[in-house]
Design a protein around this ligand. Structure first.
Ligand code: ATR
Length: 277
């Protein structure tokens, strides 16, 4: 029997998840159907209940429901707890298992697909919102030399750094600072995890933050050369990436969690890549 999965959000038209999971199912020979579910605002639980009652096995969760899914879950994985948000659910009997694969997907893209180990590197993350929260623990597990979180609202960066220090299993130095505090420090990997790119804005980052040979990574996907990537390019950075690989890798994590088979992501990344120009 065909097993049913879906991505739930509002709006949902833009979601690439059905395309990705359908491609994964084809290459792995899994008999699944993966659709889009538009949930009315304020009716997340009822919409998911109906999907489960109709035999649904699992869901990806996108904006604005990642916190609703957090509240709906019966069993939260540590990744979801740290992120404070859920992006994948698995339904088994009365249980709702919940995960957040964004961070692990990001790290896998950087280390595996882009061939940029984080171990021993100086890492800078711009932003202290949900995207950074999700990325921190998987990043720290790689053993970077240090992680600096820089944010407009400095207190948020400091709080998140303190939380990460408390929860990490390694003992990587983690600091939360403001943009003005960065001075002339430079970093080997710089992630833009702010929502600035969504409104074509530029975080107030100095070009000196990019060390020679640095990787500049924009977590947003499909926006071409964002102001952040442009700044990096103008600073002489040649290794530029956006979140297409992260998108594919978090999907692959969910697919493996649901189906027990890990799909290769290369073809999907190739298909979804928007040139950085
Ligand atoms: P998300 O879940 O996508 O991370 P969020 O939780 O609303 O979204 O967080 C957005 C992050 O982007 C915040 O760190 C925000 O900075 P503040 O905490 O100071 O508001 C950051 N951000 C948004 N627009 C920005 C801009 N133009 N320049 C710098 N940082 C920006």
């Amino acid at each position: 029997m065909t097993d049913r999965y879906a991505v739930i959000g509002n709006p949902i038209e833009q979601s690439k998840s059905p395309l990705i999971h359908t491609a994964f199912a084809q290459v792995t020979g899994q008999d699944i159907e993966y659709t889009k579910v538009l949930s009315p605002l304020g009716a997340f639980a009822q919409t998911v209940d109906a999907f489960r009652a109709a035999g649904g096995r699992g869901m990806n969760v996108t904006a604005p429901f990642k916190l609703d899914a957090f509240a709906y879950a019966t069993d939260l994985a540590p990744s979801a707890q740290m992120a404070g948000a859920v992006n994948a659910m698995k339904f088994e009997g009365g249980k709702v298992y919940a995960e957040n694969f964004d961070g692990v997907g990001l790290v896998r893209d950087v280390v595996h697909n882009l061939g940029c180990p984080l171990q021993g590197r100086r890492v800078l993350i711009l932003g202290a919102g949900g995207a950074t929260r999700g990325a921190l623990l998987p990043m720290l597990a790689q053993g970077p030399a240090e992680v600096v979180i820089v944010n407009r609202t400095v207190a948020k960066a400091q709080e998140l750094a303190a939380l990460a220090r408390k929860h990490q299993s390694a003992s990587v130095p983690v600091r939360g600072v403001g943009y003005a505090d960065l001075g002339a420090q430079s970093f080997d990997v710089v992630f833009n995890a702010t929502s600035a790119s969504l409104s074509a804005e530029l975080p107030p980052l100095s070009a000196s933050a990019f060390a020679p040979g640095c990787l500049a990574y924009e977590l947003a996907y499909g926006k071409g050369l964002t102001p952040f990537l442009k700044l990096a390019q103008q600073a002489g950075v040649t290794r530029l990436a956006d979140g297409v690989g992260m998108l594919a890798e978090q999907a692959a994590e969910a697919f493996e969690w649901w189906r027990g088979v890990r799909p290769d992501t290369a073809a999907v990344i190739d298909k979804l890549t928007v040139p950085l120009v």
